[in-house]
Design a protein around this ligand. Structure first.
Ligand code: AMP
Length: 438
């Protein structure tokens, strides 16, 4: 049976203890991560760590705030993220910082700034953390959300495009997500893209009146993004638009062919989607997205970004990466009824009666800590009944019961929670005894 994760109450119902409301709520589109949510979050973090260890990605963490220009130049002035979605902070001088709306420009900056190209080349990194976008919150779309992702810096080898896709798929596999589809396309390099964009503009030239407001703007600012539009109105034109695949130069054609061959080599199924272009300005060549069965939004995406470093004023440094949305993966797990084990991390529950026992309990917990055995307590409760009820709720195998009499006799009652049987164990031996039984 899949366990039911309690959903956070609606904001209007949120009450502080004692039934009184407090006049504060988490900011719009931003959510508290509650203990029950960590059943999922921990699993995802464990998955990316396991996959990264195997494929040789090291963890890299950048600050939450970066110079706004990093994203203006990197993510791109014509991207929706930069145009509409950045949370900004004014510094005391003239500077403006932005809460990172995505990770990649920060990772590239950190790689160059810290001279990591002399340590790991190609640089293979993974990250895991929150990003911020001033979006209109809706289902699966938040203002603060978490991403896990991989980057391979300083290599144009198509094998890494395939490896990034495979590593991302491994995360979904670790999470037991079923029927994940990879959609894949190539948008070419600087050279061949120019000819394609020219053709695309010619195609749309006399049709701008039939486009949505955003696309009318895209036609002049970033025509490639015309293919990215999800509005109903723009779909018929999009379906007939020229395709990047027909305009690739020989080098891009060969690169894309290699990516497909490496995926075939790894027996990875994929779908080529000629309309896939992705929302960020810096992509070149391979672009891809991941979709899970039953979920109507992408759970991850990525692509090659061969010019990003140069755009930021750095060296020539081809690279490829992917980012997966943590909340969206969780949503997919819930929709697909993925079973999450709710087994307690605690092996036993310490129950005390009386002040002497409570004091003795402090020392006992320290001994269990040293032995590496997690033991739960509830010092705020006094009655045996309520403490036993909590031990039951925690689903521990054993309760350790310490009353005034036991303290006096230097023993503790070891109660088997399943059978209800209990025996007195000398206090000095309880750690070793519990260790033996768990
Ligand atoms: P992007 O950085 O836009 O390529 O997005 C990578 C992944 O992050 C997407 O495939 C989604 O899974 C997730 N994502 C993007 N935007 C949001 C959002 N506003 N709320 C939740 N998840 C998001």
């Amino acid at each position: 049976m899949p366990i039911k994760i309690p959903q956070a109450k609606k904001k209007t119902e949120k009450k502080a203890s004692g039934g009184r409301k407090i006049p504060f709520q988490s900011p719009k589109g931003m959510h508290d991560r509650l203990p029950a949510d960590f059943l999922y979050f921990d699993k995802i973090e464990k998955a990316i760590k396991k996959v990264s260890l195997f494929y040789g990605f090291d963890r890299l963490e950048t600050p939450l705030l970066e110079d706004i220009k990093l994203f203006e130049r990197g993510t791109g002035l014509t991207s929706e993220i930069v145009q509409k979605q950045m949370f900004t902070v004014k510094t005391k001088g003239d500077g403006v910082l932005a809460l990172r709306p995505e990770m990649t420009p920060g990772v590239v900056r950190a790689y160059i700034e810290n001279g990591l190209q002399y340590v790991s080349n190609p640089g293979k990194f993974f990250y895991c953390g929150p990003v911020f976008r001033y979006e209109q919150p809706q289902h699966g779309r938040f203002r603060q959300f978490y991403q896990v992702g991989f980057e391979v810096l300083n290599s144009d080898d198509a094998a890494y495009d395939a490896q990034i896709i495979i590593a991302s798929l491994k995360i979904f596999e670790e999470l037991k997500l079923k029927n994940v589809v990879v959609k894949l396309n190539t948008i070419g390099c600087k050279n061949c893209r120019a000819a394609y964009v020219k053709k695309l503009k010619e195609y749309y030239k006399n049709k701008t009146g039939d486009l949505c407001r955003d696309c009318a703007k895209r036609y002049t600012e970033n025509p490639l993004r015309l293919l990215d539009c999800k509005q109903e109105k723009c779909q018929p034109l999009k379906a007939q638009a020229p395709q990047t695949l027909d305009f690739l130069c020989a080098a891009c054609k060969a690169h894309f062919k290699s990516v497909l061959e490496y995926l075939d080599g790894g027996q990875i199924p994929y779908l080529i989607d000629a309309t896939l272009v992705r929302g960020l300005d810096y992509y070149s060549r391979s672009v891809f997205e991941f979709f899970a069965e039953g979920v109507d939004f992408a759970i991850g995406g990525g692509g090659r970004y061969d010019y990003l470093s140069e755009t930021l004023g750095g060296p020539k440094m081809p690279a490829v990466g992917s980012a997966c949305g943590v909340e969206r993966m969780i949503e997919a797990m819930k929709l697909q009824d993925v079973h999450i084990s709710s087994k307690s991390a605690y092996k036993a529950f310490l129950i005390y009666m009386g002040d002497q026992a409570k004091k003795q309990g402090m020392l006992l917990l320290d001994e269990f800590y040293k032995a590496g055995i997690p033991v739960k307590e509830s010092f705020a409760k006094e009655s045996l009944k309520s403490q036993l009820r909590l031990a039951d709720k925690e689903k521990v195998d054993y309760a350790l019961i310490l009353g005034q009499r036991e303290v006096f006799e230097e023993v503790i009652l070891l109660r088997d929670m399943k059978s209800g049987t209990q025996e007195a164990i000398p206090l000095k031996k309880i750690v070793a005894e519990l260790k033996k039984r768990i």
